[in-house]
Design a protein. Structure first.
Length: 106
């Protein structure tokens, strides 16, 4: 009985709100859940990615897909979770989008 309770408490059952679903694609959700389930990311990192993704999506006026989630995750992992600021990530996305647009025009 105690082992069952401990096992239940250590599991993480996260359901995305309707609000979050407006900003992140279903494929990106699945990808994030897979990373969390495989212990590739922590619960804190998972929640931070969701928070950053919803805010970026509002600024960029488009849903966050798996590729953009990967960009956010890479940024967080290489800068450290405590140091990752929304403004810095937003600038990174702006530069990346501008570079992609310039390459397409040429």
């Amino acid at each position: 009985m105690i082992q069952t309770l401990v096992k239940q408490r250590s599991s993480y059952n996260r359901i995305f709100s309707n609000y979050e679903q407006r900003f992140i694609t279903p494929q990106a959700y699945g990808y994030l859940f897979g990373l969390l389930k495989n212990d590739s990311i922590t619960k804190i990192t998972f929640e931070k990615i969701i928070m950053i993704s919803t805010e970026l999506s509002k600024f960029m006026n488009q849903k966050m897909d798996k590729a953009r989630i990967d960009d956010i995750l890479n940024y967080i992992m290489f800068t450290g979770e405590a140091e990752a600021e929304l403004e810095d990530i937003y600038e990174l996305f702006l530069m990346k989008d501008n570079t992609s647009s310039a390459m397409i025009k040429n």
